[in-house]
Design a protein around this ligand. Sequence first.
Ligand code: HGY
Ligand code: MN
Ligand code: MN
Ligand code: MN
Length: 419
Amino acid sequence: TFSSVPSLFDHMVEIDTTRLRETFETYSSIGQTDNDGLHRLTLSEEDARVRDQFVSDLEQLGLEVRIDEIGNIFGRREGQSPDAAPVLVGSHLDSQPYGGRFDGQLGVLTALEALRTFEDEEIKHERPIEIVNWTNEEGSRFKPALMGSGTFVGEFSVDKTLAETDADGVTVEEALEAIGYRGDESCEPREEIHSYLELHVEQGPILEDNEVAVGIVDGIYGMAWLEATVHGESDHAGPSPVYSRQDALVAAADVVLNVRRLSSRVADDVVTTVGELEVGPGSINVVPSSAEFTVDVRSYDDDAVAELVSCVENELDAACARENTTYDLEEIWRITHTEFSSVVRESALEAANVLNIPHQQMIGGAGHDASYLNEITDAGMLFVPSVDGKTHNEAEYTEWSDVIGGAKVFTETMRRLAS
Ligand code: HGY
Ligand code: MN
Ligand code: MN
Ligand code: MN
């Protein structure tokens, strides 16, 4: 379907797979867990060390390095036409608590290897190419997710981002200062961007089930993040009769289970997750007076996400009526679904065809920085298979042959976008 006959002029770029593997192992050792995962929360001491490694690698490659006021790190390789709009490539180096080594990191290091190869092979390209590491893609220590890219495209104000606090009350601003990554560049595009390309592990089972090496991503689910607090009354676990209790955890647990049961009724692809739950006062013989929990709701259908958010509210009303408790509910983040542009997708499809690498188009359920970049430029993503679809888990893994396949398609796509 595409002019996939490799034209003689398609200079196929040979990445250095040994160097990519060595670099991957070096970065994986920074924040490495006992089970070979990564514990590298954004703006932590481990994140500081991997950022230092990244900056030094960019400098060694002769790139112009700049760090913006919320710690996004950019490296620029000039093109033949320095005034042309640049191609932006990259992902994120922060991880989930006890997460995997591939989520985010693989995308940054694949982009680094592509640029190193361009340097080695003196590949000429019209457009400047910029590599980026986005601050706080994961949204675990500081909420919301996609914080660095979201602020860059103007979705979040810099002031709001700097004021976000972690569970210990530390602000993003303080954390950036503590690790020396509060840069002096303003966090906004300083020029028109031609396109954005991100490689990422699929974090699902589709590519593995279909035995396909590369996913070319059409779109990403929309999602909403909620924080609920149920208020009850603490009481003695012994003498207080059950019928008169106002047990915040019982009400919360009711909601958690019912929301899960409701999901599939709203739309086939809806997924809901309660990932955090904190009970107060937290004593074995005290009836809980508070239960705070988060809800992560996703679907490719934005209306289904909206409907699920109101389902959570209805369940809280019903559960609190049954248990004579009250609640507060706050929506802390909403992002609508993403439909990527054809510009990057077509280049990626041509690259995969020319390289003869099996590929398919697909939708992704995990959030990615590319979603926000898609608001200001032509963005696109490549996925590589996740073994057993496992991710946000120390066992996260991608076969090295798939890492190479993805890196080849990435590098050829980047070459096409920049030429
Ligand atoms: O939440 C997500 O999907 C991403 O991993 N931050
Ligand atoms: Mn990620
Ligand atoms: Mn993630
Ligand atoms: Mn991402």
